[in-house]
Write a protein that binds this ligand. Structure first.
Ligand code: CA
Length: 220
């Protein structure tokens, strides 16, 4: 399991990483939320530990941004311990809240609890043509090899795989994945489909181009 820690206090971040690594987790520690926004897309964490008071983008702002596209569990770790702070974080999509100082045993129990909750949910895995897409962890595997996709590529692929055979116009894909309608930038869709196809290698053929119409997913 991959845990990302966003904490600007170096000593604490290193301590958390040290303990989590010792407990068998894969860790990535970041000192600000701006870098974390990028890393969430590239590194695909299974869980995020998030400090609230950070240089640059604040923890709550980070939460609001990633909750628009990600369901990755987030546990807030903060020195702020008022009821209002905790409610604000939970309302913005945090899954749990740990106040500083805390012991590692306590943090690990919270991680276990949040992880269990995620597993209890409905099945969110789509499989077709040797591709396995996990909508909860945002991981894609081809023949058991993990594929590294950007967030937009992941969303495109998940849209295709959840609606096999459905024809999507470029504008529909733009609206669904980018959230706006603009004829001028339909080439954005083409560019992302092209890189997604490349990453899928031989399976890129499942994304069919329908000239002048758009795209459709068809596993042969
Ligand atoms: Ca801080």
């Amino acid at each position: 399991m991959r845990i990302m820690t966003i904490e600007d206090e170096g000593a604490l971040r290193e301590l958390i990483e040290y303990d989590l690594t010792k407990a068998g987790f894969q860790c990535l520690g970041l000192e600000n939320a701006n870098d974390a926004l990028m890393a969430v897309e590239d590194w695909l964490p299974d869980l995020i530990l998030l400090d609230l008071m950070l240089p640059g983008l604040q923890g709550l702002q980070f939460l609001e941004i990633i909750r628009k596209t990600h369901r990755t569990p987030v546990i807030v770790i903060s020195a702020r311990n008022s009821e209002n702070d905790i409610i604000a974080a939970l309302d913005r999509g945090a899954d749990d809240y740990v106040t500083k100082p805390f012991t590692f045993n306590f943090l690990e129990a919270k991680i276990r609890a949040v992880t269990r909750r995620g597993q209890a949910g409905p099945a969110t895995v789509v499989e077709a043509g040797g591709i396995r897409l996990d909508l909860t962890s945002h991981k894609v595997k081809v023949e058991n090899q993990q594929l590294s996709l950007t967030q937009k590529e992941f969303e495109l692929l998940s849209l295709f795989m959840r609606s096999p055979g459905q024809v999507f116009s470029r504008n529909q894909l733009l609206n669904a994945v980018w959230g706006y309608d603009n004829e001028l930038i339909s080439r954005t869709v083409d560019a992302h489909v092209a890189t997604l196809r490349k990453k899928l290698a031989g399976r890129g053929r499942f994304i069919q181009t329908l000239p002048k119409i758009g795209y459709a997913w068809e596993v042969d």
